[in-house]
Design a protein around this ligand. Structure first.
Ligand code: SF4
Length: 438
């Protein structure tokens, strides 16, 4: 799975400092238990309120999306599936004619939609439908009314958070490149979906720090795209948007090595790296951070006793595993046994890895049978895993946390640090209540 991904990573290196000795990663190849990139539509369609996601896929894709998003049809959700039938799959129907008809119906019915994403799936990739060309053609047809972009959410060799990366990369690629700098002042771009309430909290803190020119990608409206040039500084809010980051770097932006804003210390470090980039004085930084840091520490300390001294293993699923392990280890006192990641984008997570003990077992990719053997041997108090493995592991006596919940929940920032810890404490508490002393 890492071939194509790592090729694009290597193409545009993001140079950040790291400690000399790196924790080695054990490569695993075999059967994987992960959702596909279509899952990202669930949170992306809520975030971008003028966008529609049209999956070109099978009934399986439609079922996945409908059950994961849990939105009633009569609520007119901003996603749907154009189902490929036997005639499409056998090449007897002209895909472009069918697609044009669906897009026309959508445009007439939902004129408020300004950006349409054509989302590829396993079936559309297998029969090699050219969605990129179709998107360009449709964008010309609806010029000024509807912008049509495409990306792949296929489950072939991807994990579910890569859907967001591919979607944001498509958005960024649609921004006209600027041959020379067009902004006069430095602008901060926060990359990766944040919950609205987290964006509001971060915006207030940026204002207090004097960092006033801030844009979030994705924004609440997909049609509002920032100018990218040499005055753009990018900070990551999510660790799974590496392809988008590299596209921004190609367009002239400079990345900020800040780690990720999970937990009290993680959030403080994140703001600190931004403050340094924007020449905020240490007095201003300390005074702005003082109250939220103190409040968050007090709230977090109420949950830490439930986690401290407990062991945890992460199975590869969301790409959030490394920064969350850092939070659980450094701020909640948990012992990390194994961190599995679907793929290791070292450049993005090295500063987080540097804060973890060298003794942790770091694995990249998945061979699920071997991984489960190790898990049964290690017997961690808590296992963070995908939904497919959660229930079988619970039946075997493991306390589990579904990693997908961590993508759907607001977990960034000071005010959410205690809630984030509580998400991990809950399964431990539940298992305690269920266990019968002998
Ligand atoms: S994109 Fe592939 S993995 Fe995802 S639901 Fe459709 S067929 Fe299944």
């Amino acid at each position: 799975m890492d071939g194509a991904i790592n090729e694009s990573i290597a193409a545009v290196p993001v140079q950040w400092a790291s400690k000399a000795v790196q924790i080695p990663a054990i490569q695993e190849r075999g059967q994987r238990e992960v959702f596909c990139g279509l899952t990202g539509i669930v949170w992306l369609h809520r975030r971008m309120q003028d966008a529609f996601f049209l999956v070109i896929g099978s009934r399986t894709c439609a079922h996945l999306l409908q059950s994961a998003a849990g939105v009633m049809i009569f609520a007119e959700p901003r996603f749907g599936t154009a189902i490929l039938d036997d005639r499409d799959l056998s090449g007897h129907a002209d895909f472009n004619d069918s697609l044009d008809e669906v897009v026309q119906q959508l445009h007439l019915r939902r004129p408020e939609i300004k950006t349409l994403f054509l989302v590829g799936s396993c079936p559309s990739e297998v029969i090699k439908l050219d969605l990129a060309t179709a998107a360009t053609r449709l964008s010309h047809s609806y010029h000024g009314q509807l912008r049509v972009l495409s990306y792949s959410g296929s489950g072939i060799e991807t994990t579910f958070t890569q859907g967001e990366d591919q979607c944001l990369k498509a958005l960024v690629e649609s921004i006209p490149s600027q041959p020379t700098a067009t902004k006069t002042a430095t602008q901060l771009l926060v990359l990766g979906t944040l919950a609205d309430l987290v964006e509001d909290q971060f915006t207030r803190l940026f204002e207090q720090l004097g960092v006033n020119d801030v844009v979030f990608l994705p924004a609440k409206r997909a049609s509002e795209l920032p100018v990218i040039d040499q005055h753009t500084r990018v900070v990551l809010a999510q660790p799974f948007v590496g392809d988008t980051l590299r596209q921004l770097v190609r367009m002239g932006a400079t990345p900020i090595d800040a780690g990720f804003p999970f937990g009290v210390e993680g959030t403080r470090q994140w703001f600190h790296a931004i403050a340094n980039t924007f020449d905020v004085s240490s007095e201003t930084f300390d005074s702005v951070m003082e109250a939220p840091t103190a409040r968050a520490r007090i709230a977090l300390q109420k949950v830490v006793p439930q986690l401290s001294g407990k062991s945890v293993t992460f199975l590869p699923d969301s790409q959030l595993e490394i920064p969350l392990a850092r939070f659980l280890h450094r701020e909640c006192g948990m012992d990390i046994i194994e961190i599995g990641v679907p793929f290791l984008d070292r450049q993005l997570v090295q500063s987080e890895l540097d804060q973890l003990p060298d003794s942790i077992r770091l694995t990249e990719g998945q061979h699920v049978d071997r991984q489960l053997d190790r898990l049964r041997n290690d017997k961690p108090d808590l296992t963070v895993c995908g939904m497919g493995l959660g229930n079988p592991l619970e039946a075997e006596g493991f306390a589990t946390k579904w990693s997908i919940e961590l993508v759907f929940s607001p977990i960034h920032g000071f005010e959410q640090a205690a809630d984030l810890a509580a998400l991990f404490a809950k399964p431990l508490k539940r298992r305690n209540l269920l266990s019968v002393p002998v």
